[in-house]
Write a protein that binds this ligand. Structure first.
Ligand code: SF4
Length: 259
């Protein structure tokens, strides 16, 4: 497929390098015959250094590490999308967490937000297991693809508008590659706004004015139905602003719309 990401796991560590098991690229199934376009986007994403502030931050975090992950080698690079190349449902987040995706190399993997998200995707039968802990943990998505609007971990989880716009072309290309897609779940207002820019850039007809983001908001664009969902951040889940039934209702609606 031409994707050059190779990882080894030694003594509980994830290392970037040659893979003696020659495992498939992290975003694609080995038997997928049509994934070359997504693979090409993924390969370009992981090499990107276009945003100096984010490059510096993601690499600083990867060097300094959190004490509890001291024994691990952090990924420290942009985090590509992950899931089923034939998905009808895309879940779009904000950006990788400094010690989550920026550590493990897979989106929403190794942090509390991911625990919530993948547990819900498992309950909705989009994921084969409720946990997403590290690359190689056996997680497989069916009919769903997960990506972030900004691919590098930002300081304080706050990318600038310029950084968001610099990263937009990657999502444009992913949408082009996900040719069965019909529903996009946006996790939080930032992802919702970024998606609006992406769809505008692709020339998709959108309602005017843009409907305000909210949990459960549903917007029809020319090609997709966009669903709003509060982000499963600890700030939202700890306070009860987002509950498991609320998340389950969004994915039930996504499945019904994609059918
Ligand atoms: S945020 Fe996107 S555009 Fe900026 S460096 Fe990371 S991958 Fe590249």
């Amino acid at each position: 497929m031409g994707l050059t990401i190779r990882r080894t796991r030694t003594a509980g560590r994830i290392r970037v390098g040659s893979d003696p098991y020659d495992r498939p690229p992290m975003a694609l199934a080995p038997e997928d015959p049509d994934g070359s376009t997504l693979a090409a986007v993924t390969a370009d994403i992981v090499e990107c250094r276009a945003c100096p502030r984010l490059v510096a931050w993601r690499e600083q975090v990867a060097r300094e590490k959190r004490a509890s992950f001291r024994a691990e080698d952090y990924w420290g690079r942009p985090v590509p999308g992950f899931g089923d190349p034939h998905a009808r449902v895309l879940i779009l987040g904000l950006a990788p967490a400094a010690h989550g995706g920026n550590r493990t190399g897979r989106v929403f993997t190794g942090d509390r937000s991911g625990d919530w998200l993948f547990a819900a995707l498992h309950r909705a039968h989009y994921a084969n297991q409720p946990r997403s802990e590290h690359v190689g943990d056996g997680l497989v998505l069916d009919d769903a693809y997960v990506a972030a609007a900004v691919r590098c971990a930002p300081p304080e989880n706050k990318p600038t508008p310029e950084e968001r716009d610099t990263c937009v072309p990657f999502l444009v290309r992913e949408l082009d590659a996900l040719d069965r897609l019909s529903v996009i779940v946006t996790l939080g207002g930032f992802a919702y706004e970024a998606l609006w820019k992406v769809l505008t850039a692709r020339g998709d007809a959108l309602p005017k004015p843009r409907p305000k983001f909210g949990h459960g908001v549903e917007v029809a664009s020319e090609r997709y139905t966009i669903l709003g969902c509060y982000h499963p951040s600890q700030q939202n889940t700890f306070t009860g602003r987002l509950t498991e039934p609320m998340l389950d209702a969004v994915f039930a609606r996504a499945r019904a719309l994609a059918a």
